[in-house]
Design a protein around this ligand. Sequence first.
Ligand SMILES: NC(=O)c1ccc[n+]([C@@H]2O[C@H](COP(=O)([O-])OP(=O)(O)OC[C@H]3O[C@@H](n4cnc5c(N)ncnc54)[C@H](OP(=O)(O)O)[C@@H]3O)[C@@H](O)[C@H]2O)c1
Length: 332
Amino acid sequence: MKINRFGDTELQVSELGFGCGAVGGLMVLADHKEMMNAVEYAIDSGINYFDTARMYGDGLSEIHTGAILRELDRTDLLIGTKVRIAGDEFGNIAKTISDQIENSLQRLGIDTVDIVYTHNTIGSERNVSSGTLSVDDLDSIVEVFEKAAASGKLRYWGFNGLGETDSIKEALVQYSPSGIHTCYNMLNPTSGYQLTKTFPYQNYEELMKVASGAGIGTVGIRILAGGALSGSLERHPIAQQNVAPIATSATFQEDVSRTSAFEFLHKEGFVDNLVEASVRFAISNDSLDTALIGLSNFDQLQQAVDYANKGALPQEALDNIRGIWAVSQLHE
Ligand SMILES: NC(=O)c1ccc[n+]([C@@H]2O[C@H](COP(=O)([O-])OP(=O)(O)OC[C@H]3O[C@@H](n4cnc5c(N)ncnc54)[C@H](OP(=O)(O)O)[C@@H]3O)[C@@H](O)[C@H]2O)c1
């Protein structure tokens, strides 16, 4: 598995990262043996980054991820987690973040976490009901992050690159985080590609490219559009059954129907299926340091590793994918 330097940090991350989120549910709801097998297989395959958050299974993902890595006695692997302000907590952001870092360390069972991200969206103005932090709100959070770094509780900190594109970019310039999460897939590639204003979904205006150019590490999320890029409406029994799309169509169902635009990749022999196309599409972009895969079971992990090991998509396939966005076939 290819290893990339994570922005300007000292972290070296595998091009595929292990998504411990609730959409797939493996690290939240699977039985211990399946989690253990998957994590062991991931490590043996060269995956070294595990992405969790307090929100995933209300702490369960952190507890399971920490416990399994301890059981395997692997302290050399990288863990990222996230903090999130909600409701009344907007009244005391600094204390909430500080407490959440402590609680995450406890659940993970470690003294230092490699990277902590904000999980909230970022906007031009604070919006408590949607959980959006203003760029200025990040001030007090960064202060807490810096203190936590100085006292050895975390090594690096970063932001969630979701919300309003201009505000996210402003936050990157103002605070220079070590890393960002960014939504990137064949349905919405705008974090990595410059597309016209008529593109049907939110335009991230090359956020990933801009961040990478500024020495900020990049973590790709929603590489499979929450599962829609499998081309199937069916959800795994332990997966989140209702997935809210991020920066694509209004509904998961609509996202699934949009994936037909990419079926030519399979028909023309570039790939065996859309999941392979999506994984290889993500790792084809040099601005992306690690592409997270959300997982429901061991087989999905094994497939993702096999696909990543096939390498980047051929340029002809990438050019043809670009053609789909150019003619906005996603609309049809
Ligand atoms: N920063 C943020 O706000 C944020 C937001 C979202 C995600 N994330 C991170 O990114 C990670 C991944 O994102 P995600 O889980 O939202 O979405 P994702 O990786 O785009 O999609 C995950 C889903 O894809 C399907 N899938 C995976 N492998 C497959 C295969 N081989 N064949 C068929 N289907 C397959 C599964 O659906 P089924 O379960 O139905 O089989 C799985 O639940 C998360 O775990 C989390 O760590 C961060």
